[in-house]
Design a protein around this ligand. Structure first.
Ligand code: NAD
Ligand code: DAU
Length: 354
């Protein structure tokens, strides 16, 4: 079996759903269920004995050691993290604790477990660390896309904490020989995306008749990948990636934020027009910029394409259409999420302007 951390979150839950749709290999899901963890994402697995959920933190060495001894996984995929840049600006401490100290404790428990394995199990074991393109910093319009060889230049407490975790993972390979793989992916979107992030926030606010907040001039560029394509890339790296290597994952889909918001508005105009027949784009509102806002991210995904033969299945156009349709079809999921802690976050983040 495999152990997946943070699999009640956005990408982790998509990963587990895809994994169990394609294989009968069981998954142990270790998730602390922070505000971002939502077991409703995995409701379709209720009663499925291939999914074992454990509520707990990667920061808890004893718990992780106990789980490893009990379930004897052949691989660990580490999604668990604090993931929202704006939250890291308001309060970095949780990011340091989970992303850095938590990854350290997880690595320590894994190292002890791996050292005790028989030769064959030891050789085939994998620790795959899921990371982000944000560790590379910000690009100008003219710069080439991030390659795996780019220098780390993180700019937010979130990206700095992810960069630190990547360095720890790398060090455990070089120092202790732990069989690690690291992936650095661009911005994901798709089902179960928590509506604090741009795409689900805009869909939710548009339908609720609320302002669509654009930070600064809206010309910041992100490189968007449909979440299922990220999941397929991780499966590919897990099975065929070279030990100790990092793989950039992206779909060559660079878009300025304002274009993304206009696209969402246009799709909503078609699929769910406003009662007053006005276009949703009239809800766009410019708000103050994110401090230290990275201007452009872009992933050069040629290594994973060339060496492992991975390619995304979705273009931005097909993926974004599916995503908007998913949110329209799953309004009760959105309502359940937005009725809780998320509301007080929105108050803190946008109250001055909206
Ligand atoms: P998310 O915030 O939606 O989910 C994170 C999950 O981790 C939640 O279920 C949460 O409860 C859990 N968690 C938090 N702290 C924990 C702890 N100490 N122990 C165990 N579980 C804990 O995040 P996401 O968007 O799904 O991102 C998953 C991973 O992918 C993160 O490592 C993130 O840095 C990385 N990533 C995200 C994106 C993106 O666009 N969302 C892109 C590239 C990489
Ligand atoms: O690049 C990968 C990263 O993508 C992941 O590592 C992070 O976990 C993930 O949260 C995401 O980070 P971003 O900061 O790029 O995503 P976010 O959805 O928060 O913002 C996307 C862009 O939209 C960014 O330029 C900020 C802008 N934005 C965001 C929000 C929430 C707005 O203009 N208005 C908003 O209300």
């Amino acid at each position: 079996m495999i152990l997946v951390t943070g699999a009640a979150g956005f990408i982790g839950s998509n990963f587990v759903l895809d994994w169990l749709a394609q294989s009968d290999e069981p998954v142990v899901n270790l998730d602390a269920l922070t505000y971002a963890g939502n077991l409703e994402n995995l409701a379709s697995l209720e009663g499925d004995t291939r999914h074992i959920f454990i509520k707990g933190s990667i920061d808890d060495f004893d718990l992780v050691a106990k789980l490893l001894a009990e379930y004897q996984p052949r691989a660990i995929i580490n999604f668990a993290a604090e993931s929202h840049v704006d939250r890291s600006i308001h309060g970095p401490e949780d990011f340091i604790q989970t992303n850095i100290v938590g990854t350290f404790h997880l690595l320590e428990a894994v190292r002890a477990y791996w050292n005790g394995l028989e030769d064959e199990a030891k050789a085939s074991f994998r620790f795959l660390h899921v990371s982000t393109d944000e560790v590379y910093g910000s690009l100008t319009k003219e710069d080439p896309a991030f390659a795996e060889t780019n220098r780390y230049e993180p700019n937010s407490p979130y990206s700095a904490s992810k960069a630190a975790s990547d360095h720890l993972v790398r060090a455990y390979h070089h120092t202790y020989g732990l069989p690690v793989l690291t992936t650095n992916c661009s911005n994901n979107y798709g089902p179960y995306h928590f509506p604090e992030k741009l795409i689900p926030l805009v869909i939710h606010n548009a339908l609720a008749g609320k302002p669509l907040p654009i930070y600064g001039d809206g010309q910041q560029i992100r490189d968007w990948l449909y979440v299922k394509d990220h999941c397929s890339a991780i499966r590919c790296v897990l099975e065929a990636g070279k030990l100790g290597e990092t793989y950039n994952i992206g779909g060559w889909n660079e878009k300025p934020n304002l274009d993304v918001v206009h696209t969402l508005c246009a799709i909503l105009d078609q699929l769910s027009p406003r009662a007053d027949k006005q276009p949703y784009k009239t809800q766009i509102t410019y708000v103050k910029d994110r401090p230290g806002h990275d201007r452009r991210y872009a992933i050069d995904a040629s290594k994973i394409e060339r060496e492992l033969g991975w390619k995304p299945a979705e273009t931005f156009e097909t993926g974004i259409q599916k995503t908007v349709q998913w949110y329209l079809d799953n309004q009760s999921w959105v309502n359940n999420v937005t009725s809780g802690a998320y509301q007080s976050w929105v108050g803190k983040q946008y109250c001055a302007e909206l």
